[in-house]
Design a protein around this ligand. Structure first.
Ligand SMILES: Cc1cc2nc3c(=O)[nH]c(=O)nc-3n(C[C@H](O)[C@H](O)[C@H](O)COP(=O)(O)OP(=O)(O)OC[C@H]3O[C@@H](n4cnc5c(N)ncnc54)[C@H](O)[C@@H]3O)c2cc1C
Length: 456
């Protein structure tokens, strides 16, 4: 039986509300990571900014902590929280493109796929992530690494303005002129400052076709492949945005059967420029080691953006960590290869993002993301299906983070983090941490928005 106040909240919404004893609660509280089992008090599905204002005012009046959910992709399940209110914006997904200026306005619940489909009509793309089902808001507010990162920077570097509802229930539009402190904070330190109802981005001409290299080499040659890749990338144009992956050949028809179950190191990810030029340049990747498979080809940009989609099904078990690396010397490469051999699950991967380029053009203090000079970011992704393997997988990821973190003087990336350690949050923002805390105190002094403390 619903209380009178809850009935009043529901009546004031275009969307809907699901409480802990309602039918459908278990489905409504679920996020992408199958290990997450949090029980919010209320989940409000918003269908527009007025719904968001209603929800925020209700949470404040009833002293409920709030987490915002767009696609629910964060590995720590930070889009949901025990005992509080989830403000779900996943029904707010409109994308509007101004083809003349390349300005793109995206609702706070849109996914990367929503944006790609809308922008490619005009031959444009916004720098976002590499799996099309990820939410643009969570991605952008904490950074945003994708195939375009070396050419056009991180997602947050391409934000021109944002609309949000603050803890006080006020609707604000922020940009470099209006509320510049909040605009600064949202671009990389942006969770828990309000509910972002829309982001405006600068898009760039891309495609419609791009060259997508995808080569694999034996993991036993991993040290040499990584050394050669480091050299190759050092002189690569900014259009080269591939990453290296240590993984295991799945039982998929595209790979020869004799390779199924074998560990490999691969290089994949589209060249963000002319397709023919990309094909010519990426031919050099064949010299990195003994090529086991070469499945590169020219594909539409939207297809390149879905390259990894099927490897990350909703409901699988995941635990991730990360480290920025300031070099890829023999010791680091050796650690990466040994850790890859020790993965407890064949689904688990180590992903090496080659950075630099436009990412490090942005001064360290221009956004809350410190450590922009790091040339590499390593994603440590424990992925598995059997709950009995939870402990082994989490232990492996933690050990990998400790080992690789010993080579890192420059933090990690909160979008690839279990959020279990408040120190790693500070480390990520580097010298910007205190300024970011000041913006939080100004706009949310009673800490209504609490998703950062909602790690798994
Ligand atoms: C399969 C997969 C692939 C990925 N690939 C990449 C990649 O290529 N590059 C990359 O950089 N990252 C990548 N990530 C990490 C991704 O950036 C984070 O998981 C990100 O937080 C997802 O955003 P979301 O909106 O889906 O998350 P959610 O889980 O919905 O939210 C994450 C956090 O953002 C906050 N938040 C969400 N929406 C809003 C909003 N509208 N207003 C205010 N706060 C909000 C939430 O409160 C929460 O704390 C990937 C993740 C997955 C699962």
């Amino acid at each position: 039986m619903r209380t009178e106040v809850l009935v009043r909240l529901a009546a004031g919404l275009r969307g809907s509300v699901v409480a802990a004893d309602d039918a459908g609660f278990d489905e409504a509280r679920r996020v992408w990571n199958g290990t997450i089992d949090k029980r919010p008090a209320l989940i409000v599905f918003c269908e527009g900014t007025p719904d968001v204002v209603e929800a925020v005012n209700y949470a404040r009046a009833h002293d409920l902590g709030v987490a915002v959910r767009s696609a629910g992709h964060h590995v720590a399940g930070s889009a949901v929280l025990d005992g509080g209110m989830v403000i779900d914006v996943s029904r707010m997904r409109e994308v509007r493109v101004d083809a003349a200026t390349g300005r793109v306005r995206v609702d706070g619940g849109a996914t990367i796929g929503d944006v790609d489909r809308a922008t490619q009509v005009d031959g444009l793309a916004v720098p976002l992530g590499v799996v099309s089902e990820t939410g643009v808001a969570g991605l952008t507010l904490a950074g945003g690494y994708g195939w375009m990162r070396r050419k056009h920077g991180l997602s947050c570097d391409n934000v021109l303005a944002a609309e949000l509802v603050t803890a006080a229930g006020r609707e604000l539009r922020v940009d470099a002129q209006d509320h510049p402190d909040l605009f600064w904070a949202l671009r990389g330190g942006g969770w828990d400052l309000g509910v972002v109802t829309a982001l405006e981005y600068q898009a760039h001409p891309v495609g419609p076709d791009v060259y997508l290299p995808f080569l694999t080499y034996p993991l036993s040659e991993g040290r040499e492949v990584l050394a050669n890749l480091g050299e190759f990338a050092a002189s690569a144009p900014r259009e080269f945005g591939s990453l290296a992956v240590c993984w295991t050949f799945p039982e998929a028809d595209v790979f020869p059967e004799e390779l199924w179950g074998e560990p490999f190191i691969g290089v994949a990810g589209p060249y963000v420029g002319d397709a023919a030029e990309g094909e010519r340049f990426c031919a050099g990747l064949r010299e990195l080691g003994t090529v086991l498979t070469d499945l590169g080809g020219v594909v539409p940009w939207v297809e390149a953006q879905q390259f990894f989609d099927e490897d990350y099904p909703r409901g699988r078990r995941y635990y991730w960590k990360s480290a920025n690396l300031d070099h890829l010397g023999p010791e680091v490469a050796g650690s990466l290869v040994d850790l890859a051999y020790g993965r407890p699950s064949q689904l688990t991967s180590l992903d090496l993002w080659i950075n630099g380029g436009a990412i490090s053009d942005v001064p360290e203090t221009a956004t809350p993301l410190g450590n922009r000079s790091a040339p590499y970011l390593i994603g440590i992704e424990a992925n598995w299906d059997d709950p009995a393997q939870d402990r082994a997988n989490v232990a492996w990821a933690r050990a990998a983070a400790a080992e690789l973190g010993a080579h890192s003087t420059v933090g990690g990336y909160l979008n690839f983090d279990d959020l279990g350690d408040p120190e790693s949050i500070r480390f990520t923002h580097g010298s910007n941490a205190d300024r970011l805390a000041g913006v939080k105190d100004t706009y949310d002094p009673s800490n209504l928005f609490r998703s950062r403390g909602a790690g798994s």
